[in-house]
Design a protein around this ligand. Structure first.
Ligand code: C5P
Length: 399
C-alpha cells in the first residue's frame, strides 16, 4: 500500500463494541507504512485498554484533555494540526452527535474541532440508533460539513439484531483510507461509469434482469473520483448509496441507459462500462399487469443496443473500458470480446467469484497482454484498475 507510506493518521476510538476492531485497524495501518497515533475517549477505554493501542501503534495513547502529556499543555489542538487525516473508528452515536454540533468536551472531540486535515468517520451502533431521526440529522450535518462517512455496513450486530450500523471491517477501512491518498492521476478528466443491472419491463410489476449488485461499478466510480476525476455514474437499480462527490443518473432499462450515456458523453475522456446490461428486452411491455391463464406463455425478445460497442465505434470515442463476466476460458473469451468491441482494455472476472460478493479477482487484457489483479475487496481492485487505466490513458495521449 505505497499510498499510505509515512502518512500521519490520528485514529480516534470511541466507546463501542467495535473498538476491538480498531486494534486490528491500527495494525493494518501501521503495516501499510502509516504513522498512527491513537486517541481514545473515556468510554472507549471501557472496551479496550490503551495499552493494546500503544503496543500496536508504538506510541503513547492519549485519553485525557487535562493530563499535560503534550509538552506545551496544548494537546487538545496540537495533535490534529500535524496529521494528514483524522479517522474516528468506531464512531458511536453519541460522538457523532457531538461532532455534528461542535461539542468539544473531551480530548478527541476537541481535536476534531481544532483540526486542519480531512476527517473520516466510521459509524458503529445498533441499527435503531442509526435509524433514529436524531442520528440521521447529525449524519446529514456531518456530510454538509464535508466530513467523510465510511459505512456503516449492514449485518449481524453485537446486540443480536440485524441491520445497518455495523462498522466497516478493518480491511475495508484501510482500503478507504488508502483511496484518500491516491495520486490525482485523473485530475481534470471527465469519467463516465455505468453500473448495476438493467430492468427490462414485461408489465408494471415484472421485469427481466441480470443479477448484479452494482458494487464493482460503484467502487470504480469512487476510485475514479478519488483519483481527481469528475465522475458521472449512470446506474441501473441498486441498493447502494451514491459515492461522495459523484453525479449519479438513475435509469432502469438498457434503452434508458443508452440515452443517459449519450447525454453524458460530451467531454468524457474515459468511459468505463461496468453495467450488466440485459442483452434482450421483451418486444412488448404491457401497460396493465399480465393475467395468469394457466396456459404456457411465450415471450418474444428483441436485442438491446450494445451501449459500449456503440460508444467505442464512434469517431470521437473516449478511452473505452469494458467488463466481461465469464464462467470459463477467461483469457480467450475476454480477448475475443475486446477485439469484437474494439476496446483498448477489458476487465474479465469469473461469474462465480464476482456476483454480489464484496471480494473479487480481475484479469486485465490490453494491447500489451494480460495482467492479473489478485483477490481483494472491490474498492482495492477498483483503485488498482484506475491506476492501470490512468497509465494506459496517458501513454495513449503521448502517441
Ligand atoms: O457482450 P457482453 O455483454 O459480455 O459485454 C460486456 C461489456 O459490454 C460490459 O462492459 C457491458 O457493460 C457492456 N454492454 C453494453 N451494452 C450491452 C451489453 C453489454 O454496454 N447491451
Amino acid at each position: 500500500m505505497p499510498h499510505l507510506q509515512a502518512k500521519r493518521i490520528l485514529l480516534g476510538v470511541t466507546g463501542g463494541v467495535a473498538a476491538y476492531k480498531a486494534a486490528e485497524l491500527t495494525r493494518l495501518l501501521v503495516k501499510a507504512g502509516a504513522d498512527v497515533r491513537v486517541v481514545m475517549t473515556e468510554a472507549a477505554t471501557q472496551f479496550v485498554t490503551p495499552l493494546t493501542f500503544q503496543a500496536l501503534s508504538g506510541k503513547p495513547v492519549l485519553t485525557n484533555l487535562w493530563a499535560s502529556d503534550a509538552d506545551n499543555g496544548m494537546a487538545h489542538i496540537d495533535y490534529s494540526r500535524d496529521v494528514d487525516a483524522l479517522l474516528i473508528a468506531p464512531a458511536s452515536a453519541d460522538f457523532i452527535a457531538k461532532l455534528a454540533h461542535g461539542v468539544a468536551d473531551d480530548l478527541l472531540s476537541t481535536l476534531c474541532l481544532a483540526r486542519t486535515c480531512p476527517l473520516f468517520v466510521a459509524p458503529a451502533m445498533n441499527r435503531q440508533m442509526w435509524d433514529n431521526p436524531a442520528t440521521r440529522r447529525s449524519v446529514a450535518l456531518l456530510r454538509s460539513d464535508e466530513v467523510m462517512l465510511l459505512g456503516p455496513a449492514s449485518g449481524a450486530q453485537a446486540c443480536g439484531e440485524i441491520g445497518p450500523g455495523r462498522m466497516l471491517e478493518p480491511a475495508e477501512l484501510l482500503a478507504q483510507m488508502t483511496l484518500n491518498f491516491q495520486p490525482k492521476s485523473l485530475a481534470g478528466k471527465r469519467v463516465l461509469v455505468t453500473a448495476g443491472p438493467t430492468l427490462e419491463a414485461l408489465d408494471p410489476v415484472r421485469a427481466l434482469t441480470n443479477l448484479s449488485s452494482g458494487k464493482m461499478g460503484y467502487a470504480v466510480a469512487q476510485a475514479a473520483q478519488a483519483a481527481g476525476a469528475e465522475v458521472v455514474l449512470v446506474s441501473g437499480p441498486t441498493c447502494l448509496p451514491t459515492p461522495a462527490n459523484v453525479q449519479r443518473v438513475a435509469v432502469r432499462s438498457a434503452a434508458e441507459m443508452a440515452v443517459a450515456v449519450n447525454a453524458a458523453l460530451p467531454g468524457v475522456a474515459i468511459f468505463i462500462s461496468v453495467a450488466a446490461v440485459a442483452d434482450y428486452r421483451p418486444a412488448q411491455a404491457s401497460e396493465q399487469k399480465l393475467k395468469k391463464t394457466g396456459a404456457p406463455l411465450t415471450l418474444t425478445l428483441l436485442p438491446n443496443p450494445d451501449i459500449l460497442a456503440d460508444v467505442a465505434s464512434r469517431p470521437d470515442a473516449p478511452f473505452c473500458v469494458g467488463f466481461a463476466a465469464e464462467s470459463e476460458n477467461l483469457l480467450a473469451h475476454g480477448e475475443a470480446k475486446r477485439q469484437r468491441k474494439r476496446l483498448p482494455l477489458i476487465v474479465v472476472n469469473r461469474v462465480q467469484d464476482a456476483l454480489g460478493s464484496d471480494d473479487n479477482e480481475l484479469l486485465l487484457l490490453d494491447d500489451a497482454g494480460s495482467h492479473a489483479l489478485p483477490r481483494a475487496d472491490k474498492l482495492t481492485l477498483a483503485r488498482q484498475l484506475i491506476d492501470h487505466i490512468a497509465n494506459l490513458y496517458s501513454l495513449k495521449k503521448q502517441e
